[in-house]
Design a protein around this ligand. Structure first.
Ligand code: NAD
Length: 413
């Protein structure tokens, strides 16, 4: 039953819990929940064999009280208005939690890009850009990569947008480093996950060294987070991807595993480990469990089976409200997505700033600024949680909603 809760409903539940604490009037609450603009477009694609296929694309702009809207673009069969609405709203609270001068948006095309050739992917991206170019822009709404979109896709969007509006590198972030992208962007979300986890462990009187981690998903976020845990002396004892999981109670050799995945595209045939399923992975004993793949993987059905002290939401929305309730009852700390995975949008912001300044920052500056922002955000959330005796998730929403609400009333409607 909990698997059926739709994504936007789940986000609204978390929002309401914080809104109740803030005593928001129902009118302001409705204003903050309702997306500002929802655009649904038809994206025709000429296939390589001459056929015409049609896909549906979305760009949902949730809020811009604090600045231009910001959020990823996903190419996936599960993309629909409900999912995009939920992710757009999470972006609004996330950019506010880390105090970036942005609002929130999200977009996507409902398609299976694994069936596309490179040329088809480019044509689809350019056509989608044709359909939304009037509502995005460096001062309006700045897309970025998400599932199945990457630096190359961002470069095509920038090029297509520039045909209408003149040279505009700041219209998207997550571009290739040698084409107006930023150093440090690729590792940024995993690095942010590592920094937030380090702060939470320190609060709990622990350190990285000797801490055991289980990571679901070994893509961009999961692999970089694992790398940083490993480098700091943590033991990553199990990881998985869409094909299944692997476990070694002594700790996996993460650099060797990253090499293996680069060669074979999957974790599963890594030598010298036990094979496990994704269900077994989630129930593997560890100090910190890091879901870094899909949304709604920890629910009413399996939250009671987890054997961990802390869940760090590296993915967006991996714990649903019913799963969250069980984790609270079991006193398992949850580091919420709008804090834990905000490192990506933070370095996207640095990329946008560099594009506007037409100046490149060295990687050390990027990493130092990222650390300052993540640590500050964690401590602000932690302070609210302590003062009000609330879970970190509710505290993070309180911080985000408070900032967006203040900007909304200051600007006026
Ligand atoms: P990715 O496509 O690089 O990697 C996803 C990983 O999840 C892959 O290893 C894939 O095999 C695995 N996976 C897919 N289905 C699975 C399943 N059923 N069971 C187990 N593993 C499965 O994606 P990513 O960029 O690492 O994003 C992962 C999550 O983090 C998403 O929720 C995304 O929205 C979120 N996120 C990403 C960023 C970013 O900067 N990339 C920023 C913030 C949040």
């Amino acid at each position: 039953m909990s698997r059926l809760m739709n994504a936007f409903e789940a986000t609204k539940r978390f929002f309401r819990e914080a809104a109740d604490q803030l005593d928001l009037s129902p009118r302001i609450e409705r204003l903050l929940v309702t997306p500002q603009r929802e655009v649904r477009v038809e994206v025709p694609l000429r296939r390589d064999d001459g056929r015409i296929d049609t896909f549906i694309g979305f760009r949902i702009q949730h809020d811009n009280a604090r600045g231009p809207m910001k959020g990823g673009l996903r190419y996936h069969p599960a993309v629909d208005d409900d999912e995009v609405r939920s992710l757009a709203s999470l972006m609004t609270w996330k950019t506010a939690v880390v105090d970036l001068p942005y609002g929130g948006a999200k977009g996507g095309v409902s398609c299976d890009p694994s069936t596309f050739s490179a040329l088809e992917l480019e044509r689809l991206t350019r056509k989608f850009t044709d359909r939304i170019h009037e509502i995005i822009g460096p001062d309006r709404d700045i897309p970025a990569p998400d599932m199945n979109t990457n630096a190359q896709v961002m470069a095509w969007i920038m090029d297509q947008y520039s045909k209408y509006h003149g040279f505009s590198p700041a219209v998207v972030t997550g571009k290739p480093v040698d084409f107006h992208g930023s150093l440090g962007r690729e590792a940024a979300t995993g690095k942010g996950v590592f920094l937030a986890t380090r702060e939470a462990l320190t609060d709990a009187g622990r350190e990285m060294k000797g801490t055991t981690f289980v990571v679901q998903g070994f893509g961009n976020v999961g692999s970089f987070a694992s790398k940083f845990f490993h480098e700091a002396g943590g033991h990553v004892v199990a990881v998985s991807d869409v094909n299944g999981g692997i476990r070694n109670p002594e700790g996996l050799d993460i650099p060797a595993l990253i090499d293996h995945v680069q060669r074979t595209r999957t974790v599963v045939d890594f030598p010298g480990v036990d094979r496990i399923s994704n269900e077994e992975l989630l129930a593997t004993e560890c100090d910190v469990l890091v879901p870094a793949a899909l949304d709604r993987v920890i629910t009413l059905e399996n939250a009671g089976d987890l054997r961990t002290g802390m869940v760090v939401e590296a993915a967006n929305g991996p714990v649903d409200p019913e799963g969250d309730k069980i984790l609270r009852e079991r006193e398992i700390t949850v580091l919420p997505d709008i804090l834990a995975n905000a490192g990506g949008v933070t370095v996207s912001y640095f990329e946008w700033v560099q594009n506007i300044q037409q100046f490149s920052w060295p990687e050390e500056k990027i990493n130092d600024e990222l650390e300052t922002i993540m640590v500050r955000a964690y401590r602000s959330v932690r302070r609210i949680a302590k003062e009000k005796s609330l879970p970190l998730r509710t505290a993070a929403f309180i911080l985000g909603i408070g900032r967006v609400g203040k900007a909304t009333t200051t600007r006026g409607i």
